[in-house]
Structure formats: C-alpha cells, structure tokens
Design a protein. Structure first.
Length: 238
C-alpha cells in the first residue's frame, strides 16, 4: 500500500497534479462512506436540504465559481503563443482517472443500494470533473511547466534524481521481500542496520542504539498490546 501510494504521489507530482486533495480524500473515504450510509438510512435524501449541508454546498459552489472567474480574468494568450489541441503528458493521469471512475460507477450498478451509494456519489461527479479537466489540458497552454512538472529541484528533475528515486523504491521492495522471507521484526532490524549504515552513514554505535530502541518498541507492542507481527516464510523464532 505504501509503495503504491508513493509511486502514485511521485507520478502525480511529475504530471502536475496536486497531492493534498487526494490525500484528504483517501483519509476521509471511510468516514464519508459510513456517515453517508447513516444519513440516507436515517433521513432519506432530506438531509441534503438541511442548513449545514446547504452551507457546505454553497462553499463548494462558491469555490468553483471563484476558480472559473479567476481563470477568465487571466490575460488571454496572443495568437502567436496559442497552441492547437494536442495530447500532453499531463493528460495521461486524467485519462486513467476517467477510466477508473467510470469503471467504479459501472461496477457499482451490481451492488445493493446502500453499498452503491458512495461509488455513485463520488465516482460520477469526479468523472465529469475529470472530463472537464481533460478538455482543459488538451486545449490549453504551451508553457513547459504545463506539460510536465519538473520544478521540484534541478537534482530531482535530473536523471540522477530519477535514478535515486528508483533506488529508494527498490530498497522498499527489498524490505517487503525480507518481511515475506523472515518476518516483520527480523526484516525491520536488518533493514534498519543496512539503511542507517549505507544511506544515512551512521556510526556503528548510533546504528546499534537506534536498532535496539526499535526492537524494544516492537517487542513491547507484542508483549503489552498483543500485536501480531507478520511471520515470514522462514521464521527465525523472534
């Protein structure tokens, strides 16, 4: 899960998509589904007309109107700088979103009513907005920063920065492989020692101290909180 979200965030950054809205939606997805079910089950659709709901909807509409008005107030590009409709790299993620959301809405048609509430309420408006975003991406802008976001830093935008990012993803994959092989606790100890020594260039004393503290915390979670740590294919017995 962490690796997938990391790859997704990296790709969104490269393609110029904001990450905070996605993070907020990801965190609030479970409570949103829960309270949407409770609201519809308790009040039907009359809860939509309640003052609190109307106030939130008004804020959402106002923010959308403000964005449209501020976009129209921007100075129009001169004819010499206008770009014809064409497919840009930033549209790749938008196309993926449209397909994903449309598939989610289609799949929800086979669900019971209450189970299909959130997929329909979230996927249908999001697919429509993503379609609008795709149109904007296909028809607007000729600036390089509207095509691909490489503005994090010169190092991150370079080939060296990309290779470094891929190296860290490889390290995470190796960590997951260790967990599968020998279990969570041994894998974490081996990973910590290797990471602190190779990447953080820590001394053996500091590496041993940090590793001992982490191991003590893990053992305390198992002993006092009865937390079950994943066991590996070859269990090392601790």
């Amino acid at each position: 899960m962490m690796l997938g979200l990391g790859l997704l965030g990296w790709g969104m950054k490269r393609l110029g998509w904001a990450r905070p809205p996605f993070l907020i939606a990801f965190v609030l997805s479970n409570p949103t589904e829960r309270y949407l079910w409770i609201s519809v089950n308790r009040y039907g659709w009359s809860w939509v007309t309640r003052p609190g709901t109307l106030a939130i909807l008004a804020l959402l509409v106002a923010s959308l109107v403000y964005w449209i008005v501020s976009r129209k107030r921007r100075p129009a590009a001169s004819p010499s700088t206008q770009v014809a409709w064409r497919f840009r790299p930033t549209a790749l993620f938008t196309v993926f979103l449209i397909v994903f959301l449309a598939g989610a809405a289609l799949e929800a048609t086979t669900f019971p009513f209450y189970a299909a509430l959130l997929p329909f309420v979230a996927a249908v408006p999001a697919a429509l907005m993503a379609t609008g975003q795709l149109i904007l991406q296909l028809r607007g802008g000729g600036k390089s920063d509207e095509v691909l976001d490489l503005t994090t830093s010169e190092e991150a935008a370079s080939r060296k920065g990309t290779l470094r990012a891929l190296l860290f993803f490889g390290v995470v994959l190796a960590y997951y492989g260790l967990i599968w092989a020998v279990g969570f606790r041994p894998a974490t100890l081996l990973f910590l020692v290797a990471f602190l020594r190779v990447f953080a260039a820590s001394t053996w004393l500091r590496t041993g101290l940090y590793t001992a503290i982490v191991f003590a915390v893990l053992q305390g979670m198992v002993y006092f909180l009865s937390v079950e740590m994943p066991e590996g294919f070859w269990s090392l017995g601790f």
